[in-house]
Design a protein around this ligand. Structure first.
Ligand code: NAD
Ligand code: UD1
Length: 352
């Protein structure tokens, strides 16, 4: 297993990367991996779903401060000033909203931030020297696939406003980049879980978690009574749904691989980032219980609307195009997620 990369100041690349959503869950882990690999990072975020203290923790783990500007990505002029000042050669675009349920009740907000924000960013870099644009897309664009594993050519059929905004943003990026000399990587993440091995940064959902691992870990730490498992009557070995969980540090390292692959990519490519392995909900709950050292209370309830029974990635393209694969196991994911949750039971809200 590759460890989180230790800071190495000899690996200077002289390349500056603009990272939107730098204070978020995946963004913060990626900033550390980028900085450890010698990239200079200029992060932007409006802290809509994150806390400023994350920046201190990134600096602590990276061994140097992160350059940062607080802004809303829909503020094109503010973005343009950052681009003009720092002259990034690459952009990694994480900033966005990601709660499926909220996207159903507030679709306008999702189209504004996820699509409007992406258009604003494309506008802000339109006359810059950015030569690689990396976008955080999601396996949610595949909806409920007819066959697994899903490849990048599996038909897309998003079933939520969130999924449709991710797909629309992908298409906007493809059209924009076709007019200029800039490569693009549209990375479709599967299910990111886990945390930095230090336990200093991790996922910190606001309110009741929608996703499996954060909910299970909040039960383990005593913030919630029991996990509800949404259905055990699917056509799978134990009746619960199967997903492709990927360690967030593997995912972060996938972004470093994406930038290092830059010279080989001169068009816009879609790439799945997953492990290629599926785990059922009960397998995750059992692995999480092992990591925590006690059973995680759970009950079986009705299916959740919109859940695919089984989805996991075909990782062939990531391996060939990016020379990258995810090697951390479910045991690693649960151990590191538990370190983060147990060291920070209330997330960043009680942080120093
Ligand atoms: P996150 O919410 O932790 O991080 C997103 C960051 O973007 C937050 O820090 C938030 O404050 C910031 N942000 C939101 N709106 C903004 C705006 N208008 N201007 C500036 N900053 C803004 O989410 P994450 O899990 O790190 O996800 C990052 C990206 O990856 C998102 O685009 C998401 O759609 C995508 N993605 C996430 C998952 C997942 O399960 N975590 C899966 C697939 C794809
Ligand atoms: C969810 C999002 C998807 C997003 C993905 C990335 C939905 C419908 N989909 O997918 O758009 O790209 O996260 O992380 O929200 N589960 C429980 N109990 C819980 C929570 C989840 O049993 O309290 C089950 C779900 O039914 C599912 C599995 O755990 O089978 C994983 O759920 P979740 O973590 O929400 O991820 P996805 O459903 O894959």
């Amino acid at each position: 297993m590759s460890e989180p990369t230790e800071p190495n100041h000899n690996q200077a690349t002289n390349a500056t990367v603009l990272v939107t959503g730098a204070a978020g869950y995946i963004g913060s882990h990626t900033c550390i991996e980028l900085m450890a690999n010698g990239f200079d990072v200029i992060g932007v975020d409006n802290f809509d779903n994150s806390e400023p203290v994350v920046l201190d923790r990134i600096a602590e783990l990276a061994g140097r401060p992160i350059q940062f500007a607080e802004l809303d990505i829909r503020d094109t002029e503010a973005l343009r000033k950052v681009v003009s000042k720092h002259s990034p050669s690459a952009v990694i675009h994480f900033a966005g909203l990601k709660a499926v349920g909220e996207s159903v009740s507030h679709p306008q907000k999702y189209w504004s931030v996820n699509v409007g924000g992406t258009l604003s960013l494309l506008d802000a870099i339109s006359t810059s020297d950015v030569s690689m644009f990396v976008f955080s897309s999601s396996c949610t664009v595949y909806g409920d696939p007819a066959a697994v594993p899903v490849t990048e050519t599996t038909p897309v059929a998003p079933i939520s406003p969130y999924g449709r905004t991710k797909l629309a943003a992908e298409q906007a990026i493809i059209d924009h980049l076709s007019t200029r000399d800039c490569g693009g990587l549209l990375l479709r993440y599967f299910n990111p879980v886990g945390a930095h091995a230090s336990g200093r940064i991790g996922e910190d959902p606001v309110g009741v978690p929608n996703n499996l691992m954060p909910f299970a870990m909040q039960v383990a730490v005593g913030r919630r009574d029991a996990l509800s498992i949404f259905g055990d009557d699917y056509d799978t070995a134990d009746g619960t749904c199967i997903r492709d969980y990927i360690h967030v540090v593997d995912l972060a390292q996938g972004h470093v691989a994406a930038l290092k692959a830059e010279t080989d990519i001169d068009s816009c490519e879609i790439v799945n980032l997953g492990t290629g392995r599926g785990s059922s909900v009960l397998e995750v709950v059992n692995a999480a219980s092992e990591a925590v050292g006690k059973p995680i209370a759970h009950q079986i309830v009705a299916r959740r609307d919109g859940d695919a029974a089984v989805i996991f990635a075909d990782t062939t393209k990531a391996e060939s195009l990016l020379s990258w694969s995810a090697d951390r196991t479910m045991v690693d994911m649960c151990r590191d997620h538990w370190s983060w949750q147990s060291l920070n039971p209330d997330g960043y809200r009680t942080a120093d």
